[in-house]
Design a protein around this ligand. Structure first.
Ligand code: DAT
Ligand code: MG
Length: 239
C-alpha cells in the first residue's frame, strides 16, 4: 500500500461497537464471540444504523441481536478483530545510523521495536550518498551542523527500516528518546546506548507527514511487505 497512514475512523467505531456488542451478546445469548465476529462484518456497511443501536430499548436490543445473528451469512465469520485493527495501522521510517551499525547495535535496536509489538515491514542496508542524506535532512539545511550531519549519515552503512503498528510513529519516538542523549531518559534507545547528539545512533520519523515522505524517499512501494503476524491477535484486542 503506497499510503503510509492507513487510519480511518470507521474501524475504530466498528471496534468499539463490536466490543459493546460482544458484551451484550454474552449477557443475552450464548456464543457471543461468534456473533460478535458476525456483526463486525455488518458494521462495514451499516455503521450508522448500528451506531444508533445503543439508544434502543434493552428488550428490543436483545431481539435484534438474536435475529441479526440468525440472518447474517456464514461469510460474516471471516472478519476477525485483527481485520478491524488492520485498518488502523500506521507506518514509520526508522534508520540505524552508521554509528549504531559500527557499534554492533542493530539487533539490540531491532529487538526493542519487535518486543514492543511492532511489525517490521521493510529493511535494507545501504550507504547513502551525501546528496541523498541532504534530501533526508532537508528540513535542517539552515542549521550549522547540517553539512557535518549529512557527511556523517553518508559515511557508512545505514539500516533503513519501516515499522508498522498502532501509534508507531509517536511511540517509536518514545522508544528512541530525546534527540540529545544527555537528555534522553534511561530505558530509551538513545538514553541507554548513546552519549552525544552528533552520534545518537538512530533516526525516527517525527510525524505522519514526515513518515510518509521518508518511507517514500528510502523505499520503493514494492519493498514494503504486507503480512499478518501470528502474534497480532495477542498484541491487539479489545475487552
Ligand atoms: P531527531 O533525530 O531526534 O529527529 P532532529 O531532527 O532535530 O532530531 O535532528 C536530526 C539529527 O541532527 C539528530 O538526530 C542529530 C543531529 N543534531 C540535532 N541537533 C544537533 C545539534 N545541536 N548539534 C549537532 N547535531 C545535531
Ligand atoms: Mg528529526
Amino acid at each position: 500500500m503506497s499510503s503510509q497512514i492507513c487510519r480511518s475512523a470507521a474501524p475504530r467505531a466498528a471496534r468499539s461497537l463490536l466490543s459493546s456488542y460482544s458484551k451484550q451478546c454474552s449477557r443475552s445469548i450464548s456464543g457471543g464471540r461468534a456473533a460478535a465476529a458476525a456483526t463486525a462484518v455488518s458494521l462495514r456497511g451499516f455503521i450508522p444504523s448500528l451506531a444508533s443501536f445503543g439508544r434502543e430499548e434493552r428488550t428490543n436490543a436483545s431481539r435484534a441481536w438474536i435475529s441479526g445473528v440468525i440472518a447474517l451469512p456464514a461469510a460474516a465469520y471471516m472478519l476477525q478483530d485483527q481485520e478491524a485493527h488492520a485498518a488502523e495501522m500506521e507506518r514509520t521510517f526508522i534508520a540505524i545510523k552508521p554509528d549504531g551499525v559500527q557499534r554492533g547495535l542493530i539487533a539490540e535496536i531491532i529487538s526493542r521495536f519487535e518486543r514492543k509489538g511492532y511489525k517490521l515491514v521493510a529493511i535494507k542496508v545501504l550507504v547513502p550518498s551525501k546528496e541523498f542524506a541532504e534530501k533526508h535532512y532537508h528540513d535542517l539545511k539552515e542549521r550549522p551542523f547540517f553539512n557535518g550531519l549529512c557527511d556523517f549519515l553518508s559515511s557508512g552503512p545505514v539500516v533503513a527500516m519501516v515499522w508498522e503498528g498502532e501509534g508507531v510513529i509517536k511511540y517509536g519516538r518514545k522508544l528512541i528518546g530525546a534527540t540529545d542523549p544527555q537528555k534522553s531518559e534511561p530505558g530509551t534507545i538513545r538514553g541507554d546506548l548513546a552519549v552525544v547528539v552528533g552520534r545518537n545512533i538512530i533516526h525516527g520519523s517525527d510525524g505522519p507527514e514526515t513518515a510518509k515522505d521518508e518511507i517514500g524517499l528510502w523505499f520503493k512501494p514494492e519493498e514494503l511487505v504486507n503480512y499478518t503476524s501470528n502474534a497480532e491477535k495477542w498484541i491487539y484486542g479489545v475487552n
